[in-house]
Design a protein around this ligand. Sequence first.
Ligand SMILES: [Zn+2]
Length: 653
Amino acid sequence: MKYPFSRILYGGDYNPNQWPREIWDEDMRLFQKAGINSATVNVFSWAKIQPNEETYDFSELDAIITMLSENGYDIVLATSTGAMPAWLVKRYPEVARVDYEGRRHKFGQRHNHCPNSPVYQRFARELARRLAQRYAGNPHIACWHVNNEYGGECFCPECEKAFRVWLRKKYGTLDALNKAWNTEFWGHTFYDWDEIVAPNALSEGIGPEKTAFAGISLDYRRFMSDSLLQNFKLERDAIRQFDKDTPITTNLMGTYKGLDYFKWAKEMDVVSWDNYPAYDTPWSFTAMRHDLMRGLKSAPFMLMEQTPSQQNWQPYNSLKKPGQMRAQSLQTIAHGADTIQFFQLRRSVGACEKFHGAVISHSGSEDTRVFREVSELGAELKELSGLIGADSPAEVGILFDWDNYWALEYTSGPTIDLKYVDQIHQYYRYFYERHIPVDMIPMDADFSQYKLIAAPVLYMVKEGVAERLEQFVSAGGTLITGFMSGLVDQSDNVHLGGYPGPLRKMCGIWAEEIDALAPGQQNTLRFPGGAESKCSLLCDLIRLEGAQPLCTYGEDFYAGTPAATKNKFGAGNVYYIGTQPEPVGLAKLLDDAVSAAGTKPLLDEPTPLEVTRRVKDGKTYWFVLNFTGSTQPLPACFGPGELPPFGAKIFCK
Ligand SMILES: [Zn+2]
């Protein structure tokens, strides 16, 4: 496999097909000047390459690839199947999706194909095959980029049929399926596979986010994620027939809900993703997403897209301030990226992304702030190629799981305010602020490599997980979990016998009831020694079964009862946090857990700067970044000196 790359790929989406030829030469001159060494091409060119069902015309793409090859660029070659040509939808209307409301779409937009349409599959595979056959021998092709930002869902008759096949394979018998989905409730028992329909707004769906039967809706999400993954594999395998060793990826979207990225990553040679934080996204949240993308394969990743300046599709598209693009790019590398790529290199003249930032603005001038900053970063990254492939060692793992993401947010009650990623982030932020490196890990990770595992809202405990967590704790590990954990099995049926179900024994508690607090309502956490902190959202009413209370509720009829506990289990400890404390209260509890686990921060001196490291061949690359908005002194171990807002320094020791 031709991965990792020999240099940090620096470039991004390049669409010369949207421009006259005389602009191409100017592009080459400007890219060279900016230190750009890579271009992602052919992302949305299907209609150009295949003007009708019978004709393929690669002449323009040939010219683009030849130009880039002659100029020594690393080419990220996309397959173009992320947006269908109009003739395809006109001739075969079934390739378009049926949406959640049951409406068959017409031609338009992108990411709009039915994943189970045999016609779409045939044409997409053929396009990928022809591209690979034509360009596989070119040594400048650094990476294949299949489709683009897979996502969305389809509820058409083809998908419905394929869903039944998927279900038969999973359950074998209708008895098993009826039991898993608890169809006895409301008398929804199925006696024939053909009675099962796609659970959209016309069926079990209650708005796009809720469902009357989580069992079928969860399975549909799994099925849809698998269906789109099949599309990816179809193209990947077509490429592999002709190209044995160039890495193949598709660009993911961080915490995007629709696809089980841990499952996807197993099929990808390298993870790549598109990072588009909003103007008010916390930096810890962006760091968490990077760590999640690194966690997918437990390996460095590609940053396939970010904007050099501005986005267009958010409600408010702020400019990146001077230095921000650099700091954000270095944050990306600090958390495991080996490439920095932009969307896009030249700003579009029309359609919905014409105001999306680009390296070259509508002025066409190189005399712009953005172009200067891009060029400066280009020069800087040349010096950093030594860290390609470097590790990001961590003693803490935070469990992230798409089944839990889907199931927790489908559940009806106890509160509509439960958001999976937000809950995970509250824990992540604690470690981020204390410079304790974190791996975002899947359920099937090797737990034994961590000292501490945090599993907030571990709502769904699938087969074998509780046993593996028990082993981890017995062997001396520290586990943190809490409210809305251990409640259901893989089909969203409750683990009977008292909450938190299979986690009850190791937690040493029984959560008898769960109170929901409406917006504005709070309770108080009382700690031994008199400290207090507020909590909200949910309050578990906890009965001790061997665990020690760490704090108690201050109000309501359950005042004085435990709100968080610690239980010795084997050689380790389990912390159960039965409510959502404000950050200072959560920190008190997690400080205790970190100390029990013996987990060390990267530096002892407190600092509001972001401090991260990557390690390779005995060399440590330290990244010190200032996202605080004001000038900060460097920690003594890196000082003397200070960092201005968006200042960023790399120390190599
Ligand atoms: Zn469909």
